[in-house]
Design a protein around this ligand. Structure first.
Ligand code: NAP
Length: 491
């Protein structure tokens, strides 16, 4: 009923995300925030139609170094669905009191969170229906919920009673309405006001792998530090340290792979775009190492997605090593689903053994995964101490997908700042290891596979010597605290 009343008056509000207004005030039965904020683990859960709420929620999760869950419909909204029009789909849905759209994904470990920061845009005066689906799905008894919204002028408060009615045992705190152009500083200020950016949360900037619950850990791939390998969801075993070949061309590439194989490296990362698949294949064939012992990853580039069968055949021909252990899509792009399906067929034909993605993050995965049949075995993304992806890594691992980091040492042109970082060099000294080895070991302990690139035989060897020492929880936390969200490449 409440929903209907607001909806009748509210269609004008739907498209009002871009103007400005004053901040929200408390509803009568909602406690004031900071003094009552519960200690413990925080989840940022949000629905976003146009991406504005998503930006604010991501800033929140990033500042809190905590988990992020996107609430989204199985049937996403197009621009027309959210139009400023009484007949538009979203407006029509907002009028139906009991409408509960199906939601994508699941927070498998809701019990571990004490506080949920719940974000959404105001649609027709209310929370979008899928937020109600989300609240009905879990038991929020004893948890604290703090709502926040984005809107052009509509207040937050009218949307709250309906949500509170669904969660009578939750403790609701005063929420906040953000302007559509709210800055990271605005977000930080609110978190400080909530007492969430105090000492207890910075101490909680922890190894995210350790933060997974038991049920998530059951799904997350487990590294075998004895065998230096991980079992993929495709049923194949893959080494957890290898060599990357980006920018290694011609003889430099051939020599680097030859050295790596002699040194015991058994995981090699190449790509169509690196223009060295022939050299990688030739070095493998010449090495005398049995093919079955070597794991080769190559990638299809987006400009190949329109003719993926041909591109797969081309990679097989260039590598000339029988089968490909893993084929990744290098980036999201036009026809990526089509390309992935072609790789699925190549798996069925025995030409490729496992499939993965590269440069896919939470939103991209949420959109992509429901469209394909074979769960990716691996996602390869930029990860190093200055760009840690702490919100992305657990999300991927919780689906049973292995995470692999590119630019583990920061990438060419950036390695010096990382290798000379005083926190890292101090830890390296304490263990009698190099800074590079400490960074690579930090990755492994977070459950991230490493593929450092090198053509220097001494470095190639050094990059394999990662299993005779272990970083303490304190050292892991120190490196975790170096995160600057500093991406070293554009994708
Ligand atoms: P990286 O591994 O972060 O850094 C490579 C640089 O580190 C090279 O200059 C190398 O120089 C140096 N280095 C390596 N080991 C060292 C050591 N032990 N001590 C000191 N310096 C060391 O960067 P990257 O090679 O560009 O990235 C790794 C791999 O990720 C690539 O090769 C590629 O396979 C993959 N990648 C994937 C994507 C993607 O979009 N999927 C993007 C970028 C990269 P030396 O040669 O002198 O050792």
């Amino acid at each position: 009923m409440l929903r209907r009343l607001f909806a009748l008056a509210g269609s004008l509000l739907l498209a009002a995300l871009c103007s400005t207004s004053q901040a929200a005030t408390a509803t009568p039965d909602t406690s004031t925030a900071s003094s009552e904020m519960a200690e413990g683990k925080v989840l940022v859960a949000y629905f976003s139609g146009t991406g504005i709420t998503a930006g604010i929620a991501k800033d929140m999760a990033d500042l809190l170094q905590t988990d992020l869950f996107r609430i989204s419909n199985v049937q996403p909204y197009s621009v027309a669905d959210m139009a400023y029009d009484e007949k538009a789909r979203a407006n029509q849905e907002q009028k139906q009191a009991d409408f509960r759209p199906q939601m994508v994904g699941n927070v498998s470990n809701m019990e571990q969170y004490d506080t949920v920061l719940l974000g959404y845009p105001i649609w027709a005066g209310l929370a979008p229906c899928v937020v109600l689906t989300f609240l009905e799905r879990y038991d929020f008894a004893g948890k604290t919920i703090v709502p926040f919204c984005t809107s052009g002028g509509s207040p937050l408060e009218p949307s709250i009673p309906e949500l509170q009615a669904l969660t009578p045992q939750a403790h609701w705190l005063v929420g906040k309405r953000f302007e559509s152009h709210a800055s990271r500083d605005d977000v930080r200020a609110w978190l400080q006001q909530l007492n969430l950016l105090g000492a207890h949360t910075s101490a909680a900037v922890l190894d995210q792998t350790a933060a997974l619950t038991q049920s998530d850990q059951a799904k997350a791939p487990v590294f075998n530090f004895e065998q230096h390998s991980v079992m993929l969801n495709s049923g194949y075993e893959m080494p957890i340290n290898g060599i990357g070949t980006y920018s290694l061309l011609g003889d430099t590439c051939y020599d680097a792979i030859t050295t790596a194989l002699k040194t015991g490296v058994r995981l090699i990362d190449t790509a169509y775009m690196y223009r060295n698949e022939e050299e990688v294949g030739r070095a493998i064939r010449d090495s005398g190492v049995p093919r079955e012992e070597i794991f080769v990853i190559t990638k299809l580039y987006p400009n190949q997605f329109f003719q993926p069968e041909e591109a797969i055949e081309q990679a097989l021909k260039k590598l000339n090593i029988g089968y490909i252990d893993m084929m990744l899509l290098h980036h999201p792009g036009h026809d990526d689903v089509k390309a992935y399906k072609a790789v699925e067929k190549a798996v069925a034909a025995g030409k490729v053994r496992s499939i993965g993605l590269s440069n896919w993050y939470v939103e991209e995965l949420e959109e992509f995964l429901p469209q394909v049949s074979i769960m990716p075995a691996l996602v390869q993304n930029e990860i190093h101490p200055y760009y840690q992806e702490n919100n992305v890594i657990p999300f991927i691992q919780q689906q049973g997908i292995v995470v692999q980091g590119w630019y583990p040492l920061g990438g060419r042109g950036h390695t010096q700042s990382l290798l000379n970082d005083p926190v890292i060099t101090k830890i390296a000294q304490a263990h009698g290891k190099s800074a590079a080895q400490v960074i690579l070991r930090w990755n492994l302990q977070k459950g991230v596979v490493v593929i450092p690139g090198s053509s220097n035989p001494a470095h190639i060897k050094e990059n394999t010597e990662l299993y005779d020492f272990e970083l303490t929880a304190e050292e892991m936390a120190q490196i975790n605290a170096l995160d600057r969200n500093e991406k070293h490449d554009w994708y």
